[in-house]
Design a binder for this molecule. Structure first.
Ligand code: G6P
Length: 380
């Protein structure tokens, strides 16, 4: 086991630190990082997912896409949903597999249902797949496990290729899942001339992503210090919106599942509809305010939280001058490299994974096998 941990103390720690490589593995052979010369007949085909070759045309014509998953895999769907909507221009719905089954929601023959599961064996996701398949929808699997039940039962799919994930709390599979949905969106939109510039920007940034994740991992000791400060809190809130609503839900899930601290991820747009009542000077809050179309709104959230004397930790981009004023008001900044808006969640989650890891170690809990939880939930 010690050898498998490759010099790390825990699998979760190893898997967090492996992300520059696992992301590269997910993209290997599938992304043409160099922009092709103008006039090249394959100019638009910088993404090649073999798993979409046969059914790509059907997906392009579908009337809606459903993303179905549980746990962290569901958060990856949430993170990448906007990109799929933007690129495919069809409605994209998200379904927690258990709730979808409880409701027996309507499914049509011209729906595309995508099932995301690291293990490929989660019972609820599998049951939802059986249900959608029986109703005639095209079923696409995204798993990290070749030969898993979900990869066998779907009509087509894409493997994450992120390598074995052993820690019960999913980390590297999450970032690879976001990348896979993004790559699928980019490939499905490859014929759209109007989206070419945006697509090229995202693909260029995919190439930069492993390096940027390597840089953000250098925050490890800063996150350990932050964990020292937060190790005894009763509750920890995370606020975000837009692409980073997923980031705050996923960060809160990590903190509760491994560090065993009550934690909630809040959609900042809903702040005034309840969460604000919880805020006082004893409430530690992490606000995700990286530079994207939501930044102005997030600044207003920061100001409102400061007006209620919350203890604020702001996750922002490096060299963001507008954040200095908050540092002067006592907020702590967690500064991360910037990438294109839709990929920023991949970078933003990393320091929060590190934070939950260090909180767990400092609090003396089992990192790789949190109490009451299993890596793969194979019963409903
Ligand atoms: C369990 C694991 C989580 C995982 C979830 C879904 O709860 O502890 O880390 O996100 O199952 O698993 P899947 O294999 O379907 O992604």
């Amino acid at each position: 086991e010690q050898i498998m941990k490759g010099g790390y103390d825990h699998f979760m720690q190893k898997e967090i630190h492996e992300q520059p490589e696992s992301l590269l593995q997910t993209m290997r052979g599938r992304v043409q990082f160099q922009r092709p010369a103008v006039g090249n007949p394959y100019l638009n085909q910088r993404i090649k997912l073999g798993g979409l070759a046969e059914h790509g045309a059907t997906i392009r014509r579908c009337r809606r896409i459903l993303l179905v998953a549980c746990g962290t895999s569901f958060h990856a769907c949430l993170a990448a949903r906007q990109t799929l909507e933007e690129m495919c221009e069809v409605p994209v719905s998200l379904e927690l597999a258990s709730d979808f089954l409880d409701r027996r929601g309507p499914i049509f023959r011209d729906d595309t249902c995508m099932f995301l599961s690291q293990s490929g064996e989660t019972a609820d996701t599998l049951r939802a797949l059986e249900y959608a398949k029986a109703h005639g929808a095209l079923c696409v699997g995204v798993t990290n496990t070749v030969g898993s039940a979900i990869s066998r039962m779907t009509h087509c799919g894409v493997h994450l290729n992120a390598g074995y994930e052993i820690g019960v709390a999913s980390t590297k599979a999450y970032t690879s899942q976001i990348i896979v949905i993004t790559m699928m969106a980019l490939q499905l939109a490859e014929d759209s001339i109007s989206k070419r510039e945006r697509r090229d920007t995202i693909i260029d940034e995919l190439g930069q992503l492993p390096g940027k994740v390597r840089r953000v991992l250098m925050l490890d000791s800063a996150m350990r210090e932050l964990a020292e400060q937060l190790r005894s809190v009763n509750s920890l809130l995370f606020f975000g919106r837009g692409y980073n609503y997923a980031t705050v839900l996923e960060a809160a899930l990590k903190v509760k599942e491994v560090a065993l601290i009550h934690s909630e991820g809040m959609l900042a747009g809903e702040m005034k509809h309840g969460p604000l009542a919880l805020v006082d000077k004893h409430m530690p809050i992490v606000v995700v305010a990286t530079r994207d179309g939501m930044l102005k709104k997030m600044e207003s959230v920061i100001q409102q939280l400061l007006a209620r004397s919350a203890q604020l930790y702001i996750l922002c981009n490096e060299n963001d001058e507008s954040m200095k004023q908050y540092e002067e008001k006592g907020c702590k900044l967690i500064q991360v490299p910037q990438t294109v808006d839709c990929l920023q969640p991949v970078i933003n989650i990393v320091p929060l994974q590190l934070l939950s890891y260090h909180l767990t170690v400092l609090r003396g809990f089992n990192v790789d096998q949190p109490r009451n939880l299993a890596k793969s939930v194979t019963v409903s």
